[in-house]
Design a protein around this ligand. Structure first.
Ligand SMILES: Nc1nc2c(ncn2[C@@H]2O[C@H](COP(=O)(O)OP(=O)(O)OP(=O)(O)O)[C@@H](O)[C@H]2O)c(=O)[nH]1
Length: 290
Protein backbone atom coordinates (compact mmCIF):
# COMPACT_ATOMS: atom_id res chain seq x y z
CA UNK A 1 0.00 0.00 0.00
CA UNK A 2 1.36 3.41 -1.01
CA UNK A 3 2.43 5.69 1.88
CA UNK A 4 1.47 9.40 1.76
CA UNK A 5 2.80 12.34 3.72
CA UNK A 6 0.07 12.83 6.31
CA UNK A 7 1.54 16.17 7.36
CA UNK A 8 0.23 17.76 4.12
CA UNK A 9 -3.41 18.23 3.10
CA UNK A 10 -2.67 16.69 -0.34
CA UNK A 11 -1.10 13.67 1.34
CA UNK A 12 -4.04 13.25 3.70
CA UNK A 13 -6.51 13.49 0.81
CA UNK A 14 -4.61 10.77 -1.10
CA UNK A 15 -4.43 8.68 2.07
CA UNK A 16 -8.23 8.95 2.31
CA UNK A 17 -8.70 7.90 -1.33
CA UNK A 18 -8.69 11.07 -3.47
CA UNK A 19 -7.49 10.52 -7.07
CA UNK A 20 -6.51 12.80 -10.01
CA UNK A 21 -9.31 13.98 -12.33
CA UNK A 22 -9.50 12.07 -15.62
CA UNK A 23 -8.65 13.83 -18.89
CA UNK A 24 -12.24 14.12 -20.15
CA UNK A 25 -13.52 14.47 -23.71
CA UNK A 26 -16.35 16.97 -23.06
CA UNK A 27 -15.77 20.72 -23.46
CA UNK A 28 -14.97 22.86 -20.45
CA UNK A 29 -15.61 26.25 -22.08
CA UNK A 30 -19.16 27.60 -21.87
CA UNK A 31 -19.39 28.46 -25.60
CA UNK A 32 -18.65 24.85 -26.54
CA UNK A 33 -21.02 23.30 -23.99
CA UNK A 34 -24.40 21.96 -25.02
CA UNK A 35 -27.21 24.27 -23.76
CA UNK A 36 -29.75 21.50 -23.24
CA UNK A 37 -32.34 23.63 -21.44
CA UNK A 38 -32.51 26.06 -24.40
CA UNK A 39 -33.19 23.36 -26.99
CA UNK A 40 -36.39 23.83 -29.01
CA UNK A 41 -38.96 21.32 -30.23
CA UNK A 42 -42.48 20.28 -29.34
CA UNK A 43 -42.34 19.42 -25.64
CA UNK A 44 -46.09 18.62 -25.46
CA UNK A 45 -47.20 21.06 -22.74
CA UNK A 46 -46.56 24.62 -21.71
CA UNK A 47 -45.79 24.91 -17.99
CA UNK A 48 -47.62 27.35 -15.71
CA UNK A 49 -44.86 27.72 -13.12
CA UNK A 50 -41.28 26.48 -13.17
CA UNK A 51 -38.56 27.84 -10.91
CA UNK A 52 -37.05 27.44 -7.48
CA UNK A 53 -38.40 27.02 -3.94
CA UNK A 54 -36.80 27.25 -0.49
CA UNK A 55 -34.42 30.04 -1.44
CA UNK A 56 -33.33 31.70 1.81
CA UNK A 57 -32.18 35.30 1.50
CA UNK A 58 -31.83 38.26 3.88
CA UNK A 59 -34.70 40.74 3.66
CA UNK A 60 -35.76 43.93 5.44
CA UNK A 61 -39.33 44.46 6.57
CA UNK A 62 -39.74 47.96 7.95
CA UNK A 63 -36.88 48.72 10.35
CA UNK A 64 -35.92 45.09 10.95
CA UNK A 65 -33.61 42.67 9.16
CA UNK A 66 -35.24 39.27 8.83
CA UNK A 67 -35.04 36.10 6.76
CA UNK A 68 -37.02 35.64 3.54
CA UNK A 69 -37.98 32.20 2.21
CA UNK A 70 -38.56 32.63 -1.52
CA UNK A 71 -40.28 30.71 -4.26
CA UNK A 72 -39.72 32.26 -7.72
CA UNK A 73 -41.03 30.96 -11.04
CA UNK A 74 -41.91 31.80 -14.62
CA UNK A 75 -44.12 30.40 -17.30
CA UNK A 76 -42.42 28.09 -19.85
CA UNK A 77 -43.48 27.91 -23.51
CA UNK A 78 -44.35 24.53 -25.04
CA UNK A 79 -41.44 24.58 -27.50
CA UNK A 80 -38.72 25.18 -24.86
CA UNK A 81 -37.18 22.34 -22.85
CA UNK A 82 -36.27 24.27 -19.71
CA UNK A 83 -35.68 27.63 -18.13
CA UNK A 84 -32.22 29.03 -17.37
CA UNK A 85 -32.47 28.63 -13.61
CA UNK A 86 -29.31 30.50 -12.75
CA UNK A 87 -30.99 33.68 -14.02
CA UNK A 88 -33.46 33.54 -11.12
CA UNK A 89 -30.68 34.13 -8.61
CA UNK A 90 -29.08 36.70 -10.91
CA UNK A 91 -32.40 38.61 -10.98
CA UNK A 92 -32.72 38.55 -7.18
CA UNK A 93 -29.07 39.53 -6.71
CA UNK A 94 -29.40 42.48 -9.10
CA UNK A 95 -31.83 44.11 -6.62
CA UNK A 96 -29.91 43.13 -3.50
CA UNK A 97 -28.47 45.96 -1.42
CA UNK A 98 -27.47 44.63 1.96
CA UNK A 99 -30.74 42.71 1.95
CA UNK A 100 -33.86 42.97 -0.17
CA UNK A 101 -36.59 45.33 0.98
CA UNK A 102 -39.60 43.06 1.30
CA UNK A 103 -42.36 45.18 -0.21
CA UNK A 104 -44.40 45.03 -3.40
CA UNK A 105 -42.37 47.75 -5.20
CA UNK A 106 -39.17 45.71 -4.83
CA UNK A 107 -40.87 42.43 -5.74
CA UNK A 108 -42.25 44.04 -8.91
CA UNK A 109 -38.74 45.13 -9.92
CA UNK A 110 -37.33 41.64 -9.28
CA UNK A 111 -40.12 40.01 -11.30
CA UNK A 112 -39.75 42.37 -14.27
CA UNK A 113 -36.00 41.64 -14.31
CA UNK A 114 -36.74 37.91 -14.08
CA UNK A 115 -39.42 37.88 -16.77
CA UNK A 116 -37.16 39.83 -19.13
CA UNK A 117 -34.14 37.58 -18.43
CA UNK A 118 -36.22 34.45 -19.03
CA UNK A 119 -38.15 35.86 -22.04
CA UNK A 120 -41.35 34.26 -20.67
CA UNK A 121 -44.86 35.72 -20.57
CA UNK A 122 -45.11 35.99 -16.79
CA UNK A 123 -43.19 35.62 -13.55
CA UNK A 124 -44.31 34.98 -9.97
CA UNK A 125 -42.90 35.19 -6.48
CA UNK A 126 -43.96 34.08 -3.00
CA UNK A 127 -41.90 35.17 0.01
CA UNK A 128 -42.43 34.21 3.64
CA UNK A 129 -40.81 36.33 6.32
CA UNK A 130 -41.30 37.18 9.98
CA UNK A 131 -42.39 40.80 10.36
CA UNK A 132 -40.99 42.35 13.55
CA UNK A 133 -42.42 45.57 14.93
CA UNK A 134 -42.31 47.72 18.06
CA UNK A 135 -45.08 46.85 20.49
CA UNK A 136 -45.87 49.06 23.52
CA UNK A 137 -47.50 47.75 26.69
CA UNK A 138 -51.02 49.22 27.07
CA UNK A 139 -50.65 51.21 30.34
CA UNK A 140 -46.92 51.55 31.09
CA UNK A 141 -46.07 52.11 27.42
CA UNK A 142 -42.93 49.96 27.57
CA UNK A 143 -41.49 49.05 24.18
CA UNK A 144 -40.52 45.54 23.13
CA UNK A 145 -40.49 43.65 19.84
CA UNK A 146 -43.59 41.83 18.62
CA UNK A 147 -43.94 39.79 15.45
CA UNK A 148 -46.34 38.31 12.90
CA UNK A 149 -45.72 35.92 10.00
CA UNK A 150 -46.16 37.37 6.53
CA UNK A 151 -46.33 35.96 3.00
CA UNK A 152 -46.04 38.33 0.04
CA UNK A 153 -47.24 36.99 -3.33
CA UNK A 154 -47.11 38.68 -6.74
CA UNK A 155 -47.42 37.82 -10.43
CA UNK A 156 -46.37 40.15 -13.27
CA UNK A 157 -46.96 39.80 -17.00
CA UNK A 158 -45.48 42.19 -19.56
CA UNK A 159 -44.20 44.48 -16.80
CA UNK A 160 -47.69 44.80 -15.29
CA UNK A 161 -48.86 43.49 -11.93
CA UNK A 162 -51.52 40.81 -12.50
CA UNK A 163 -52.10 40.06 -8.82
CA UNK A 164 -50.60 40.81 -5.44
CA UNK A 165 -51.61 39.53 -2.04
CA UNK A 166 -50.41 39.67 1.53
CA UNK A 167 -51.00 36.98 4.13
CA UNK A 168 -50.55 37.88 7.80
CA UNK A 169 -50.68 35.33 10.60
CA UNK A 170 -50.94 36.84 14.08
CA UNK A 171 -51.81 35.70 17.58
CA UNK A 172 -54.44 37.14 19.93
CA UNK A 173 -56.36 36.29 23.12
CA UNK A 174 -60.01 35.23 23.05
CA UNK A 175 -62.22 34.85 26.11
CA UNK A 176 -65.15 32.45 25.78
CA UNK A 177 -68.57 34.25 25.97
CA UNK A 178 -70.36 31.02 26.88
CA UNK A 179 -67.99 30.32 29.75
CA UNK A 180 -68.45 33.90 31.03
CA UNK A 181 -72.23 33.61 30.77
CA UNK A 182 -72.68 30.31 32.59
CA UNK A 183 -70.00 30.49 35.28
CA UNK A 184 -70.35 32.14 38.70
CA UNK A 185 -66.94 33.63 38.20
CA UNK A 186 -64.06 33.61 35.69
CA UNK A 187 -64.17 32.50 32.06
CA UNK A 188 -61.71 30.34 30.16
CA UNK A 189 -59.66 31.98 27.49
CA UNK A 190 -57.28 30.82 24.80
CA UNK A 191 -54.64 31.92 22.36
CA UNK A 192 -56.21 32.55 18.95
CA UNK A 193 -54.26 32.31 15.71
CA UNK A 194 -55.67 34.57 13.00
CA UNK A 195 -54.62 34.22 9.37
CA UNK A 196 -55.75 36.73 6.75
CA UNK A 197 -54.86 36.48 3.07
CA UNK A 198 -55.84 39.75 1.35
CA UNK A 199 -55.85 40.45 -2.38
CA UNK A 200 -54.56 43.98 -2.76
CA UNK A 201 -54.86 46.86 -5.20
CA UNK A 202 -51.60 47.91 -6.86
CA UNK A 203 -51.61 51.33 -5.14
CA UNK A 204 -51.23 50.89 -1.39
CA UNK A 205 -51.10 53.25 1.57
CA UNK A 206 -47.74 53.27 3.38
CA UNK A 207 -49.26 51.53 6.43
CA UNK A 208 -51.23 48.79 4.65
CA UNK A 209 -49.64 46.03 6.78
CA UNK A 210 -50.37 47.90 10.01
CA UNK A 211 -54.02 48.50 8.98
CA UNK A 212 -54.51 44.79 8.25
CA UNK A 213 -52.85 43.74 11.50
CA UNK A 214 -54.92 46.22 13.49
CA UNK A 215 -58.15 44.74 12.07
CA UNK A 216 -56.94 41.27 13.10
CA UNK A 217 -55.87 42.16 16.64
CA UNK A 218 -58.21 44.90 17.83
CA UNK A 219 -61.32 42.74 17.31
CA UNK A 220 -60.01 40.01 19.62
CA UNK A 221 -60.73 39.92 23.36
CA UNK A 222 -57.20 41.19 23.89
CA UNK A 223 -54.00 41.76 21.95
CA UNK A 224 -50.71 40.10 22.93
CA UNK A 225 -47.79 42.10 24.34
CA UNK A 226 -44.18 41.08 25.00
CA UNK A 227 -43.85 43.14 28.23
CA UNK A 228 -46.69 43.45 30.74
CA UNK A 229 -46.27 45.07 34.16
CA UNK A 230 -48.99 44.54 36.82
CA UNK A 231 -51.03 47.56 35.70
CA UNK A 232 -50.86 46.28 32.10
CA UNK A 233 -51.82 42.76 33.13
CA UNK A 234 -54.90 44.06 34.99
CA UNK A 235 -55.84 46.06 31.89
CA UNK A 236 -55.56 43.17 29.39
CA UNK A 237 -57.32 40.75 31.74
CA UNK A 238 -60.26 43.13 32.20
CA UNK A 239 -60.37 44.07 28.52
CA UNK A 240 -60.67 40.38 27.60
CA UNK A 241 -63.53 39.95 30.12
CA UNK A 242 -65.29 43.02 28.70
CA UNK A 243 -64.90 41.73 25.11
CA UNK A 244 -65.72 38.00 25.04
CA UNK A 245 -65.45 36.38 21.58
CA UNK A 246 -66.38 33.06 20.06
CA UNK A 247 -64.15 32.08 17.16
CA UNK A 248 -67.12 32.98 14.91
CA UNK A 249 -67.42 36.45 16.49
CA UNK A 250 -63.76 37.19 15.93
CA UNK A 251 -63.93 36.02 12.30
CA UNK A 252 -66.98 38.18 11.49
CA UNK A 253 -65.67 41.29 13.25
CA UNK A 254 -62.35 41.08 11.40
CA UNK A 255 -64.22 40.56 8.11
CA UNK A 256 -66.31 43.68 8.76
CA UNK A 257 -63.14 45.75 9.23
CA UNK A 258 -61.43 44.29 6.14
CA UNK A 259 -64.48 45.12 4.01
CA UNK A 260 -63.94 48.77 5.00
CA UNK A 261 -60.28 48.86 3.86
CA UNK A 262 -60.31 50.27 0.30
CA UNK A 263 -56.99 48.70 -0.77
CA UNK A 264 -58.32 45.16 -0.17
CA UNK A 265 -60.32 43.63 -3.04
CA UNK A 266 -61.03 40.26 -1.43
CA UNK A 267 -59.85 38.13 1.47
CA UNK A 268 -59.77 34.78 3.20
CA UNK A 269 -59.72 34.60 7.00
CA UNK A 270 -59.13 31.72 9.32
CA UNK A 271 -59.37 32.01 13.10
CA UNK A 272 -58.17 29.07 15.13
CA UNK A 273 -58.45 28.96 18.90
CA UNK A 274 -56.06 26.76 20.81
CA UNK A 275 -58.67 25.72 23.36
CA UNK A 276 -57.56 25.75 26.98
CA UNK A 277 -60.34 23.40 28.17
CA UNK A 278 -59.91 20.86 25.34
CA UNK A 279 -57.03 19.16 23.61
CA UNK A 280 -58.47 20.15 20.23
CA UNK A 281 -58.70 23.57 18.54
CA UNK A 282 -61.83 25.44 17.38
CA UNK A 283 -61.73 27.16 13.98
CA UNK A 284 -63.77 29.24 11.56
CA UNK A 285 -62.96 30.29 8.01
CA UNK A 286 -64.51 32.53 5.39
CA UNK A 287 -63.71 33.85 1.93
CA UNK A 288 -65.09 37.14 0.66
CA UNK A 289 -64.79 38.97 -2.65
CA UNK A 290 -65.81 42.63 -2.80
N1 LIG B 1 -33.97 24.06 -16.44
C1 LIG B 1 -33.51 23.37 -15.37
N2 LIG B 1 -32.25 23.62 -14.93
C2 LIG B 1 -31.83 22.93 -13.83
C3 LIG B 1 -32.68 22.01 -13.16
N3 LIG B 1 -32.00 21.55 -12.07
C4 LIG B 1 -30.78 22.12 -12.09
N4 LIG B 1 -30.65 22.96 -13.17
C5 LIG B 1 -29.40 23.65 -13.48
O1 LIG B 1 -29.30 25.04 -13.58
C6 LIG B 1 -27.97 25.28 -14.04
C7 LIG B 1 -27.76 26.61 -14.70
O2 LIG B 1 -28.47 26.67 -15.86
P1 LIG B 1 -28.54 27.96 -16.78
O3 LIG B 1 -29.09 29.10 -16.08
O4 LIG B 1 -29.28 27.52 -18.03
O5 LIG B 1 -26.98 28.24 -17.11
P2 LIG B 1 -26.40 28.95 -18.37
O6 LIG B 1 -27.03 28.40 -19.61
O7 LIG B 1 -24.91 28.87 -18.25
O8 LIG B 1 -26.87 30.45 -18.13
P3 LIG B 1 -27.16 31.59 -19.24
O9 LIG B 1 -25.83 32.00 -19.77
O10 LIG B 1 -27.85 32.65 -18.44
O11 LIG B 1 -28.05 30.98 -20.31
C8 LIG B 1 -27.67 24.14 -15.01
O12 LIG B 1 -26.50 23.51 -14.56
C9 LIG B 1 -28.90 23.26 -14.85
O13 LIG B 1 -28.58 21.90 -14.86
C10 LIG B 1 -33.99 21.76 -13.66
O14 LIG B 1 -34.77 20.94 -13.14
N5 LIG B 1 -34.35 22.46 -14.77
Amino acid sequence: MKEYNLKTREGRWRHFGSVDPIKGTKPTEKELMMDLQSSKKDFLFEIDHVGIKNLTYPVRIGDFQTVGHFSLSTHLAKDEKGINMSRILESVESHYENGLTLDFDTLKKVLITLQTAMKQKNASVEVEGVWFFDRYSPITNLKAVGHADTTFEMTVADEKVISQSLTIKAQVTTLCPCSKEISEYSAHNQRGVVTVKADLTEELPADYKEQMLEAMEINASSMLYPILKRTDEKSVTERAYENPRFVEDLLRLIAADLVELPFITGFEIECRNEESIHQHDAFARLKYSK
